[in-house]
Ligand binder design. Structure first.
Ligand code: AQP
Length: 333
């Protein structure tokens, strides 16, 4: 079956190794499979659910497109565009917000985490974020959504919304029910400073993450300073239980070179962290610095990036407007 792929990344700066290993690496693989139709979206409407500096947002949109291309997504093969450029996303989100139930949204853990203790002060956009995400996905008759593990719950909600809309309007199979594509191992990369926290863009300490724009020295320094424990590396995966930092670093190594964790454990069994960290730095430098140099080069070619977005918007708009027209007919507009 031909796969229809949709996924998005927020232009909120500091794109990092977690975004790469959890999502973008998979985008590239899917882009390279001949029979797939892929849509990769810079989700700027999602970004403004928390306060953004307009100038930085604009720069981050370019940086996200540059990261997609530098990582290996071919803009001639896949559609790359920014969400706010296709108005069908917002319009569909409104219609779907009338299908989604409060009770469903109240269960979303990401809202609880991001809103923190003072949820009265969170934006309504942050609360209804997963409905917009459902609109993004459903407009393109998406069959598969490559995401990191943290987006699993939102995708389940998207499936519920699609199902309810199809049932409410007796429109059998109108919205395709999308499948998540989540890596089996290491779908959640953790902070380099605290193995119990997700590696994240908004974490204040830059030492907590490898940014995709980091150079060789920054990568080596961050790995040198990455938190570890005092034991030598184990000989079995069971030996990584209750050692979240060791597990995360070994997971990063195995994901980067596409080998399974047991092979990585076999290579470093009994060794100390300093030897392992040297090897990890090397694979990171090999993988990340070519991407980082390419991002920097592309960011000097704004016209080229604008052209990618323009072409992508036109293609995405054709697909999304057609689907929206059908949605409007179904609801009775
Ligand atoms: N640590 C991670 N491990 C694996 N996958 C991750 N993703 C994000 N962090 C990790 C995946 O990257 C894709 C794009 O994410 P996003 O840009 O939409 O935003 P996010 O998940 O909110 O990113 P952050 O870094 O976590 O930002 P903040 O700090 O604002 O919360 C998604 O597929 C996501 O799963």
């Amino acid at each position: 079956m031909k796969k229809k792929i949709f996924s998005g990344v927020q232009p909120t700066g500091n794109l990092h190794l977690g975004n790469y290993l959890g999502a973008i690496k998979n985008f590239v693989k899917l882009n390279n499979e001949v029979s797939n139709d892929c849509v990769f979206c810079v989700v700027d409407l999602h970004a403004i659910t928390v306060t953004q500096d307009p100038k930085k947002l604009r720069d981050n949109i370019y940086e996200t497109v540059a990261t997609f291309v530098a990582s290996g997504i071919d803009p001639e093969k896949s559609i790359i565009f920014n969400q706010s450029g296709v108005s069908a996303h917002s319009e569909t989100a409104w219609i779907l917000s009338c299908t989604a139930r409060m009770g469903w949204l109240n269960r979303m853990t990401q809202f609880k985490e991001k809103a923190g203790k003072d949820k009265e002060k969170a934006s309504i956009g942050l609360y209804s974020y997963p409905v917009l995400m459902a609109a993004d996905i459903l407009l393109y008759d998406t069959t598969h959504v490559p995401v990191g593990d943290d987006q699993k719950q939102h995708l389940e909600l998207c499936r519920d919304i699609a199902q309810k809309f199809n049932n409410d309007f007796t429109a059998d199979n109108f919205f395709r029910i999308p499948e998540p594509l989540i890596q089996k191992e290491f779908s959640r990369i953790m902070s380099l400073r605290d193995g119990s926290k997700k590696m994240s863009k908004s974490e204040l300490s830059d030492l907590s993450r490898i940014n995709l724009t980091d150079d060789k020295d920054q990568i080596i320094n961050k790995i040198k300073k990455a938190k570890t424990d005092t034991l030598p590396l184990p000989s079995t995966s069971a030996g990584l239980e209750k050692r979240p930092e060791a597990k995360n670093l070994m997971g990063i190594y195995s994901s980067l070179i596409d080998e399974n964790l047991d092979m990585t454990i076999g290579k470093f069994s009994g060794k100390n962290f300093s030897e392992f960290k040297e090897n990890l730095s090397q694979v990171l430098v090999d993988k990340i610095t070519p991407i980082s140099s390419e991002i920097k080069k592309l960011l000097k070619e704004k016209n080229f990036l604008d052209q990618i977005l323009k072409k992508g918007r036109e293609k995405a708009d054709r697909i999304a407007s057609e689907k929206l027209k059908k949605i409007q007919e179904i609801v009775g507009f």
